[in-house]
Ligand binder design. Structure first.
Ligand SMILES: *Cc1c(COP(=O)(O)O)cnc(C)c1O
Length: 393
């Protein structure tokens, strides 16, 4: 026991500092309304943007494939764990993303760990936005390439870093989130892409929060800007708007071919259950058949954002369904989140180290499933809670 005493001490320290986090527990479905900690709430915390996590067509597709094919794939992709449904999904994803080919991974997190080390290694350079997702940071570390950070969404700083450092590297990659998960702002791709081209750097966009949300038919941030032919890698997740679980890379065929030979999670970790792949395929069909889901998501986004701003909240730089309500002070952000829960609204307080100190906030995400009444009720709760914690006059 004493050998691991330092672990116990670390847990005690986290508890003492009041930063040890217990996850909220759902006792029913994930949805716009949910039961959290035994309390019915309006749920403003999930990434279930289009309400697909509980969509009857996806549920049926998963059950049907599971009954026909079993609950597990039984092997890694390269041994005997590639089922026809995996290949069918990858073909569908490539068509969805406007790329030549696509490859799936166990999660979006895993996709970054898999792909970045294949693109870049020793002697190469990665130019990475300062607010990129943790899985990009970890993928960069695993790659052994040198990482040059540029200030968040600052294209002058990116230009400066490319000019100063590109010459030292054999290959270079510029990596950015498509939609940034804590601020809800969108990567400046129309400026970023030409810059990368000028310096012969590949462009890698992790569009976890953009797929199913941005662009025509929810095809993502790259499609939103019409840059499919000039972005080399689009990473997506199947766990957010798609509503299931998984990640993928959409790219030209040679890169996908090399990933099948070198990407370690592809080679050494078991593939998705067939039911997961079948449900993801069905999600893409639902997206095509029910375009009103994306439209409702944006109508809800506009209504809620305008409501928050009209109340006097600072919603930062958000341009998407992710809307931070800035509290700045850590305690005030957590108090606001607690107070909202008492009012029947679940929205997560986000503090250091997830965001910089002094930039604490409550993050809200609306979905296509929220009704106008849900949103108006949530705004009422925000008004009362905002006054109670001294954020509103
Ligand atoms: C959520 C997220 C991921 C992780 O996706 P999972 O499928 O949940 O593992 C990766 N990258 C970004 C930018 C994300 O926002």
């Amino acid at each position: 026991m004493a050998t691991l005493g330092y672990i116990e001490a670390e847990v005690a320290r986290l508890r003492d500092e009041g930063v040890y986090r217990e996850p909220a527990v759902l006792t029913g479905r994930q949805g716009a309304r949910a039961v959290i900690q035994g309390r019915p709430v309006i749920n403003l915390a999930s990434n279930n943007y289009l309400g697909l996590a509980g969509h009857p067509r996806l549920v049926r597709a998963m059950v049907e494939a599971t009954e026909r094919l079993g609950v597990g794939s039984g092997a890694v992709r390269t041994i005997v764990g590639t089922m026809q449904v995996h290949l069918d999904l990858e073909r569908d994803l490539a068509a969805f993303k406007g790329s030549e080919a696509a490859l799936t991974f166990q999660s979006g997190f895993t996709a970054n760990l898999a792909v970045i080390p294949v693109l870049a290694g020793d002697g190469d350079g990665i130019f990475s936005d300062a607010l990129n997702h943790a899985s990009i940071i970890d993928g960069c570390r695993l790659s052994r390439a040198e990482v040059v950070r540029f200030r968040h969404a600052d294209m002058d700083d990116l230009a400066d870093q490319l000019r100063r450092h590109r010459g030292r590297f054999r290959h270079a990659v510029v990596i950015t989130d498509g939609v940034f998960s804590m601020d809800g702002d969108v990567a400046r791709l129309p400026d970023l892409v030409p810059l990368a081209e000028r310096y012969d750097a590949a462009v890698y966009v992790d569009d976890a929060h953009g797929s199913g949300v941005m662009g025509p038919g929810g095809r993502g941030t790259v499609a939103h800007f019409g840059l499919e032919d000039r972005v080399h890698v689009q990473i997506g997740t199947l766990s957010k708007a798609v509503g299931v679980v998984g990640g993928y890379a959409a790219a030209a065929r040679p890169l996908v071919e090399l990933l099948t030979q070198r990407a370690r999670p592809f080679l050494f970790s078991t593939s998705h259950p067939p039911g997961v792949a079948a449900a993801c395929r069905e999600a893409l069909r639902v997206l095509a058949d029910e375009p009103e889901r994306v439209e409702r998501l944006w109508a809800n986004t506009r209504r809620f954002k305008e409501g928050l701003r009209a109340l006097g909240f600072d919603t930062g730089a958000s341009e998407t369904p992710i809307t931070p309500v800035m509290a700045f002070d850590e305690r005030r952000a957590l108090a606001l989140s607690d107070r909202l829960l008492e009012e029947g609204v679940f929205a997560q307080g986000i503090v250091f180290p997830t965001v910089p100190r002094g930039m604490a906030r409550v993050r809200t995400i609306v979905t296509a499933e929220h009704t106008p009444e849900d949103l108006d009720a949530a705004l009422g709760a925000f008004e009362r809670a905002g006054r109670a914690v001294g954020l509103l006059a």
